[in-house]
Structure formats: structure tokens, C-alpha cells
Ligand binder design. Structure first.
Ligand SMILES: CC(C)(COP(=O)(O)OP(=O)(O)OC[C@H]1O[C@@H](n2cnc3c(N)ncnc32)[C@H](O)[C@@H]1OP(=O)(O)O)[C@@H](O)C(=O)NCCC(=O)NCCS
Length: 294
């Protein structure tokens, strides 16, 4: 029987390594060590606290990240995608209000490739949620040079990097307090337990102004790496910088030994999907999370 556990910060390297080994070409694009890496903005302790790990003996069978109280993003061991016994154990923990996954009420499960679990949840009344588009660029061929200057960001670039992300995703003024908080978190991530897998990229326009950012995450040599996140400053969108930073991201992952560059965008985010396609990423079939309303 798979036992649900909540790890310690000291377990994060093992969990990241396991998730890395579960990434492979041609397999569903599921929870990646880079997702944990980006989440580690919140610090190692919080990241560990928000993980749910199913084990038998010492072996990790499934890893879930509570990305918000109502969203569990899950990957299962590749050989156990259709394993009904593991699916039953996870379903029981997910649906029980006492099992340290969800409280009662609305909840979403992202479990791409976990076929047996998805079947069980569907039979149990979970409905499908909004569609996502996974995209991938194969890195076996040379990647062209991006049409902008892109550097690996260092600690001193924290404010420039975070202000671009803030502008793209929030669009509200980046106050002094916001800056102090976000740059602190960015530095936490950049020195945290997943940082050896990461490269933070910063792209400049022709005048030398930083306008685009991305972070790329390795899953290990010859495995697909992840882009998370990608953003262009709101005032500079629509000028090819998104395409350029996505190409630079792919190029960096290639240098890091990745077999492919993966990303997933909400299908409704047509600008993001179009940007990745323009950067040579191939869209895969849409995937949908599962949602419980009650
Ligand atoms: C998505 C994002 C990175 C795109 O950056 P951008 O600099 O505006 O994109 P580009 O100018 O490089 O455009 C690249 C391609 O996508 C197309 N595109 C961009 N935005 C589009 C939109 N809203 N609708 C349709 N097509 C769009 C462009 O026409 C261009 O296509 P082409 O090369 O075939 O002409 C930027 O809009 C952004 O930061 N958004 C907020 C954060 C975000 O959603 N990040 C991605 C999360 S997965």
C-alpha cells in the first residue's frame, strides 16, 4: 500500500532527482523538478510542507505539489501510470477530508499521464477543467541564435528580472515593498535546493533595456527541461521578444544537456501558445485537469 507522507526540506533533493528521472521524451509533460524549483520562491520549508509524496518502503511512487490550497499537481512513477492499486490509494487520500491533501470543497487535480487515477476520479464524478496546451521543442538539432541579447541573470539582476515578471503577470505598479519581497523570494529560489538545475535568463532590447525573462530547469542530461516562467514586460510585448526569449531558453537547455524544451500554457493564453509555436515548439494534444465542485 502507498503511504502518503509530507516531506522535510532535507528530502527535496531526493524528490527533485526522482521527478527528474520521471521526465522522458514522448512521455506526458507532467510535474517537473522545475515546477518545484519555481515554487521554491517560497523557501525550502514551505515547498516541502506543500508536497505530498506517496511511498512504499523507501520508494517514491507519486509526487504531488499543492500549488495553492485547492490545486494538486501530481506525477506518478512512469511504470505505474496504469497501476490501479496506486491509483486507488491516491484517490482515497485525495477524496478523504482527513488525509492532508484537500479540505472539503472545490479542488483541482493535474495528473497528466496518471491514467488509472484520472479514470478513477472521472468515475467518481470529477469533471474536466480548462484545457492546457503542452508544447515541446526537440533539442537534437542546433537551435538558432535568438534575435536579442540574452544573458544569465546574476544576483545583482534580481530587481530587473522580477520587475519584468511583475509587469507581465500583474501589471500593477511595482512598489518598494513588492520589490523587497519579490527580490528576496527570487534570491531564495536562486540559491535554494533546486538552483543547480536552473538558469535565470534576462533579455535586452537594442537600447540595452532589460525587457524579457525566463527561467529554465534541467531534469538531468538527455531528459526534457522546462521553461517556467517566461515573461515580457507589458510595455514591450508584441515586438518579438517573447519568441526570442523562448528560443534563448531552448538554446540554454540544449547547452545544459536537455533532450527537449517543454512548457505548458493555458490554451486560453493564445499569445503564449502563439509565441512558443513561433519559437519552434510543437503543440501536443490539449490536456485538462480534473475538478471537483463540492
Ligand atoms: C506570452 C508573452 C511572453 C509573449 O511575448 P511577446 O513579446 O508579446 O511575443 P512576441 O512579440 O515575441 O510574439 C511571438 C508570436 O506570437 C504572436 N502573438 C503574441 N501575442 C499574441 C496574442 N495575444 N494573440 C495572438 N498572437 C500573439 C505574435 O504575433 C508572434 O507571432 P509571429 O512570430 O508568427 O508573428 C507575453 O505576452 C507575456 O509576457 N505574457 C504574460 C505572461 C505569460 O503569459 N507568460 C507565458 C506563460 S506560459
Amino acid at each position: 500500500m502507498a503511504q502518503l507522507t509530507v516531506p522535510q526540506a532535507s528530502d527535496l533533493t531526493e524528490i527533485g532527482n526522482t521527478l527528474g528521472q520521471w521526465q522522458s521524451d514522448g512521455a506526458p509533460i507532467h510535474l517537473h523538478p522545475g515546477d518545484l524549483g519555481w515554487y521554491s520562491l517560497r523557501g525550502a520549508e514551505t515547498t516541502a510542507r506543500d508536497l505530498r509524496v506517496w511511498r512504499t518502503g523507501g520508494d517514491i511512487l507519486a509526487v504531488g505539489l499543492l500549488d495553492g490550497a485547492n490545486l494538486l499537481r501530481l506525477a506518478v512513477h512512469p511504470s505505474l501510470r496504469r497501476d490501479d492499486s496506486l491509483a486507488r490509494d491516491i484517490q482515497s487520500d485525495i477524496e478523504s477530508p482527513n488525509a492532508r491533501v484537500f479540505a472539503d470543497g472545490a479542488a483541482i487535480v493535474e495528473a497528466r499521464g496518471a491514467a488509472a487515477l484520472c479514470d478513477r476520479l472521472t468515475e467518481s464524478g470529477w469533471a474536466t477543467d480548462e484545457p492546457w496546451t503542452p508544447l515541446q521543442r526537440d533539442l537534437s538539432q542546433a537551435v538558432e541564435a535568438p534575435d536579442m541579447t540574452v544573458v544569465t541573470a546574476s544576483a545583482g539582476d534580481a530587481e530587473a528580472w522580477t520587475s519584468i515578471h511583475w509587469s507581465a503577470f500583474r501589471g500593477t505598479p511595482y512598489t518598494k515593498d513588492d520589490t523587497a519581497k519579490f527580490t528576496g523570494r527570487w534570491r531564495t529560489m536562486s540559491t535554494g535546493p533546486f538552483s543547480s538545475r536552473a538558469r535565470n535568463l534576462l533579455g535586452y532590447d537594442n537600447s540595452g533595456l532589460p525587457v524579457a525573462v525566463a527561467t529554465v530547469w534541467s531534469a538531468g542530461p538527455s531528459r526534457p527541461g522546462l521553461l517556467e516562467p517566461v515573461a515580457v514586460h507589458r510595455d514591450h510585448q508584441g515586438r518579438g521578444f517573447g519568441k526570442a526569449i523562448a528560443i534563448a531558453a531552448a538554446k540554454n537547455l540544449q547547452q545544459m544537456g536537455s533532450s527537449a524544451a517543454s512548457v505548458a500554457a493555458e490554451s486560453a493564453n493564445t499569445g503564449a501558445v502563439a509565441t512558443y509555436v513561433a519559437a519552434g515548439f510543437i503543440p501536443h494534444a490539449e490536456v485538462r485537469d480534473l475538478r471537483r465542485e463540492r
